[in-house]
Ligand binder design. Structure first.
Ligand code: FES
Length: 199
C-alpha cells in the first residue's frame, strides 16, 4: 500500500449514514470511487457519524461526510508526527490559539491537534473560501509546495497549505487552521464524529 492513499481526482468518499447508529465503513482508496449518498434524514439531522477505523493503516487517510462536510481521518506515521515539529516555525497558528472554540476543541489543543497522537480528524474545508484541499501526504519537494515539505494539504483554489495537523502555513490566503470537529472514540476501532460527550 502506498503512503498516499488519497490524491486529486481520486478522493474516496466513504461512509454510510443511514440513520442513528449507522456505521460508516472505512475503506482504503478505491480509485475513481467518488460517490457518497448519506440519507436525507441523516443529513437533515446532522447526525453523528460512527466510523470503523480498524482497517486504517499508518499513512492512510479516509474521508467521511458529516453535516455535508468532508471529514478526514488520517492515521499518521511516526515520521509524519515528527514532521509536525519540523514545520512549526512556518505556521501561522502552531498552537491553535485562534478561534479556539470554533476550530479546535479543548482535547485537540495540543501539538498534534488530536485526541490520539497518530489520528488526525479534521474538516477538509479551507478556511479561505471553502474549497476542499488536496491531500499531499508524501514528504519532499514538490511543485507549489513549501521547501522541506513534511506532508500536508494543499488548497488548489488559491494555494494555501496546511500541515498534517491541519495547521495553516504563514503567508497564504487562508487565515486559519482547519476545523477539528467534535469527536470521540467509542472504542479502539470506533470513532464517533459529531459528538464528544458520553450520553
Ligand atoms: S479556498 Fe483555499 S486557498 Fe482559497
Amino acid at each position: 500500500m502506498s503512503q498516499e492513499v488519497v490524491d486529486p481526482g481520486r478522493r474516496t468518499w466513504i461512509g454510510i449514514a443511514a440513520g442513528a447508529g449507522a456505521v460508516g465503513a472505512v475503506a482504503t482508496a478505491v480509485p475513481f470511487v467518488s460517490s457518497f449518498a448519506p440519507s436525507e434524514r441523516a443529513k437533515a439531522a446532522g447526525a453523528a457519524v460512527e466510523v470503523d477505523i480498524s482497517t486504517l493503516q499508518p499513512g492512510e487517510m479516509a474521508t467521511v461526510e458529516w453535516r455535508g462536510k468532508p471529514v478526514w481521518i488520517l492515521r499518521r506515521t511516526p515520521e509524519q508526527l515528527t514532521g509536525l515539529k519540523k514545520v512549526e516555525a512556518n505556521l501561522a497558528d502552531p498552537n491553535s490559539q485562534r478561534k479556539p472554540d470554533e476550530l479546535t476543541p479543548e482535547y485537540a489543543r495540543n501539538e498534534h491537534r488530536s485526541i490520539k497522537p497518530e489520528l488526525l480528524v479534521a474538516v477538509g474545508i479551507c478556511s479561505h473560501l471553502g474549497c476542499s484541499p488536496t491531500a499531499k501526504l508524501q514528504a519532499g519537494a514538490q511543485p507549489s509546495l513549501p521547501e522541506d515539505w513534511q506532508g500536508g494539504f494543499f488548497c488548489p483554489c488559491h494555494g494555501s497549505t496546511f500541515d498534517l495537523a491541519g495547521r495553516v502555513y504563514k503567508n497564504v490566503p487562508a487565515p486559519d487552521n482547519l476545523e477539528i470537529p467534535p469527536h470521540m472514540y467509542l472504542s479502539d476501532s470506533k470513532l464517533l464524529i459529531g459528538e464528544d460527550k458520553k450520553a
